[in-house]
Design a protein around this ligand. Structure first.
Ligand SMILES: [Zn+2]
Length: 462
C-alpha cells in the first residue's frame, strides 16, 4: 500500500514539473511574439535592444550577484572550516588513542598504555578520561609520584573528582597513613555519601584511627542503604561493639559488659567475639564459684576448644580450672579430650602435669608437641622440666635457646588476603577488610552448632 502511494506521488511530481516546463515555454513564446524594445541613453551613449533581452540581462545580473555573495562567504569561512576539520581529526585521534590505551591497560601492557595516554593527552587534553588514563597508566608503570600529581590535578575537575579520590585512597592504603587516609575518605564522603565504597572506605579509616563511635554511625548508614548483607552487617557491628568495649574505661565495667554481650548476641559464631565473651564470663565466675555461670562458661570453653584450640582459650582454661594441682590436671585432660592430638591440648596437660610433678607424663606430652611443631611454649616447659626433674641447667638452657629461636605461630589469619597476625584486629592491617581475621586453621562453620548453648548463657535482658 505504501509502495503504491509512493509511486503515485512520484508520478504526480513528474506531471507537475512537466506542467511548469510547458508553462515556462508558453510564457517565453508569448514574450517572443512581441519582444518590445529597450532603449538606454546616457551622456551621448545609446543602447537599443529588445525588452526581453534586457529582462534576461537583469535576471542574469541578479543570479551572478547571489553567486558572488556565496563565494565571498565561502572564502571568509575557509580558516574556520580548516580549524574545525583539524579539531575533529584531533578528537578522532585522541578518542582512538584513549580506546586503545584503555584496552592496553586492561591487558596489563603498561608501556603501551602510557604511550597511548601521552598521545591521547596531546589530542584531547581536557577530556576527563584522558587524565584518568594518564594517571592510572603512570601508577601501573610504578611512577606513583606522577600518578599522585595527576590525581590531585583531577580533583579540580568535577567529573574526575570522585575517581581521583578513590585512586588516592587506594594509594594511601599501600602505605597506610591513618590521618591522610581519613582525610581523603572524608572528602569522598562529603562528595558522594551514598556510594558503597565511599561508606566502607570512611568506616575503615575511622576504624584505623580508633574512632569507633563514628564508624558505628557509618555502619548504620551502610545497613540502611542496603550495602551489606544481614549477616555481614551483624558481624561488622559486633566487631565495632567489641572495639568500643575495649575503649571503655575500667571504671565503667557495666557498660563494657553490656557492649560485649550485645556483640555476642549479634555474632556468637565469630570466634574473636566469642572469646571476648568467654573471658568476660570467666572473670565473672572464677574457678571456685561453682555457680551455674561457671559451669556454662566451662561448657562453652570445651565446645570452642573442640572447634579450634588457641592460646586465648588456653589462658581462659587456666583461669577457670580448679587451683588444686590434681583437680587442675583432670580439668586439663577433660579439655584435651575435646581436641586430641592438637599441640595446645598436649600443652594444657603438660603444664598441669608439671605442677603435679608428674615428670614422665609431662615429658610424654611435651615430646608429642616437639614432634608436631616447634612451639616456643613447649620448649620453655621442656626447660622447666629438665631443671625440675634433673636439675640440669645445661639442658634447660638448650631448650630456652630453642624457644628464643623459634617463631611464635600466627594465631590469626585474614580470610580475605591470608595475612597472618599474632593479635586479632577488627580491620586487617594488610588488605583493610573488616571482620576478616579468624583463628589460623579454624573452621568458620564450627561455631554454628555452638550458638544455641552460647546464647543460652546470655542474660535475659541486655
Ligand atoms: Zn587481609
Amino acid at each position: 500500500m505504501a509502495t503504491m502511494a509512493k509511486r503515485l506521488f512520484c508520478w504526480l511530481r513528474w506531471i507537475w514539473r512537466l506542467a511548469l516546463l510547458i508553462l515556462l515555454v508558453a510564457v517565453i513564446a508569448w514574450l517572443m511574439q512581441d519582444a518590445g524594445s529597450l532603449e538606454i541613453s546616457w551622456r551621448g551613449w545609446q543602447l537599443q535592444t529588445s525588452a526581453l533581452l534586457g529582462l534576461a540581462v537583469m535576471v542574469a545580473g541578479a543570479v551572478l550577484t547571489v553567486l558572488m555573495d556565496r563565494l565571498r562567504r565561502w572564502l571568509v569561512g575557509w580558516p574556520a572550516r580548516i580549524r574545525e576539520r583539524r579539531r575533529t581529526r584531533h578528537l578522532e585521534k585522541g578518542l582512538n588513542a584513549l580506546s586503545e590505551g584503555m584496552l592496553a591497560m586492561a591487558s596489563g601492557d603498561t608501556r603501551q598504555a602510557q604511550k597511548l595516554a601521552g598521545k591521547a593527552s596531546r589530542f584531547v587534553k581536557k577530556e576527563p578520561v584522558a587524565m584518568l588514563l594518564s594517571a592510572q597508566s603512570a601508577e601501573m608503570g610504578g611512577d606513583s609520584a606522577t600518578a599522585q600529581t595527576l590525581y590531585h590535578r583531577m580533583l579540580d575537575v568535577p567529573e574526575t573528582r570522585l575517581p581521583a579520590l578513590r585512586a588516592l585512597l587506594q594509594q594511601v592504603a599501600k602505605n597506610p597513613d591513618p590521618t591522610v587516609g581519613l582525610s581523603v575518605a572524608r572528602q569522598a564522603f562529603a562528595l558522594e555519601p551514598t556510594v558503597n565504597w565511599v561508606q566502607e572506605g570512611l568506616l575503615v579509616w575511622l576504624g584505623l584511627n580508633q574512632q569507633w563511635d563514628e564508624a558505628d554511625q557509618i555502619l548504620q548508614k551502610m545497613i540502611t542503604d542496603r550495602h551489606l548483607s544481614r549477616a555481614d552487617g551483624q558481624r561488622w557491628r559486633a566487631v565495632i561493639l567489641l572495639q568500643q568495649a575495649q575503649q571503655v574505661p575500667s571504671t565503667q565495667q557495666d557498660k563494657r559488659e553490656r557492649l560485649i554481650a550485645q556483640a555476642y548476641r549479634l555474632a556468637p559464631s565469630y570466634r574473636p567475639v566469642a572469646i571476648a565473651y568467654l573471658a568476660q564470663l570467666a572473670a565473672q565466675s572464677g574457678p571456685q564459684s561453682g555457680q551455674s555461670e561457671s559451669r556454662q562458661s566451662r561448657s562453652l570453653l570445651h565446645k570452642w576448644w573442640g572447634s579450634q584450640p588457641c592460646k586465648e582459650l588456653l589462658d581462659l582454661h587456666e583461669q577457670l580450672a580448679p587451683t588444686e594441682p590434681f583437680a587442675h590436671l583432670r580439668a586439663a585432660e577433660a579439655l584435651a579430650a575435646k581436641k586430641p592430638l592438637h599441640p595446645l591440648s598436649y600443652l594444657a596437660v603438660a603444664q598441669a602435669a608439671l605442677a603435679c610433678k608428674l615428670w614422665g607424663k609431662a615429658r610424654q606430652q611435651l615430646q608429642a608437641i616437639v614432634d608436631l611443631e616447634p612451639l616456643p611454649d613447649a620448649f620453655r616447659l621442656m626447660a622447666a622440666l629438665e631443671k625440675s626433674e634433673h636439675g640440669s641447667k645445661e639442658a634447660a638452657y638448650k631448650w630456652l635457646d630453642k624457644a628464643a629461636k623459634a617463631t611464635e605461630p600466627a594465631a590469626w589469619v585474614c580470610a580475605s588476603c591470608h595475612h597472618q597476625a599474632s593479635e586479632w584486629t577488627a580491620i586487617c592491617s594488610s588488605c583493610h577488610a573488616v571482620a576478616s581475621l579468624d583463628l589460623a586453621g579454624g573452621n568458620s562453620d564450627g561455631g554454628n552448632d555452638l550458638e544455641d548453648a552460647a546464647l543460652a548463657s546470655l542474660p535475659a535482658v541486655l
